[in-house]
Each structure stands twice: as C-alpha cells, then as structure tokens.
Design a protein around this ligand. Structure first.
Ligand SMILES: [Zn+2]
Length: 133
C-alpha cells in the first residue's frame, strides 16, 4: 500500500487550516507519485464554498517527461465536521485511490481515510498510510 510521508500530510493539513482561517472555506489537495516514489502535492483550481469543493481530477499527469499517478485525494471538512458526506459517497469511487478527510472544527486534528474497492468503502487506518519520520 502507498505510504504518504508524515511531512507531506502535515503540509496538507497546514494548507487546509490556512484556507479555513483566511477564507472560512474548505480545500482540496491531490497527491501524485512518480515511478521513483517521489510525491507531488497538487492543489487544483476549484470552486470553493462553505459546503464543499469541486474540481476536475486527472488520474495521470505528465510533467518534465515523467508520469505522475494520482494516489490520494484529500479534502477538508472543518465546517461539516469529521465524517464523510453523501457528496463524498457519490464522488469517491475511483478504485485504488486513497481518499482522506481532515477536520479541525473543534481544534483537534482529525484524519479519516478510506478506499473504494468497487463495491464498498474500506476504512484505512492512519498508520497504514502515513509513514512517520
Ligand atoms: Zn467531503
């Protein structure tokens, strides 16, 4: 299973917190990986709102002659609270992609992860996806 570095995840949650503080809105970050295992964080252009964020997702991106594959699709739920929404359930159906949700509503850092296996969502534990150190 793909591991995301703790540093990368920390950057994502810092970005999500900043968006909440500065704009009172949610945010979204896609994580891509190349053949050598490097990670790239991509913050798509999107329409943000207090309810949700929408953007187009590209599964593969070619940059500097390298192929980068989407491995994770992360978004914040500060306002809605720390649980998946019906919109998430309708949209997060890309098989094999890690979906993550970060909530900071009550001042606590809460991450939830899951995968769609083609039939249902499988919860993924934090320590299964986050490489510490
Ligand atoms: Zn959501």
């Amino acid at each position: 299973m793909v591991k995301i570095s703790g540093d990368a995840l920390w950057q994502v949650q810092a970005m999500f917190k900043a968006t909440y503080v500065e704009e009172q809105s949610e945010d979204r970050v896609l994580i891509y990986q190349n053949a050598t295992g490097d990670l790239a964080l991509y913050r798509p252009r999107m329409s943000r709102s207090v309810v949700h964020v929408e953007c187009d997702v590209q599964l593969t991106v070619i940059k500097d002659g390298q192929e980068w594959d989407l491995i994770a699709d992360l978004h914040s739920h500060h306002i809605m609270g720390g649980d998946w929404s019906p919109i998430d359930d309708a949209n997060e159906r890309l098989r094999g992609i890690l979906f993550g949700l970060f909530s900071w509503k009550e001042g606590h850092d809460v991450w939830l992860f899951r995968r769609w296996n083609g039939q249902t969502y499988e919860p993924v534990m934090y320590n299964e996806v986050v490489a510490i150190g």
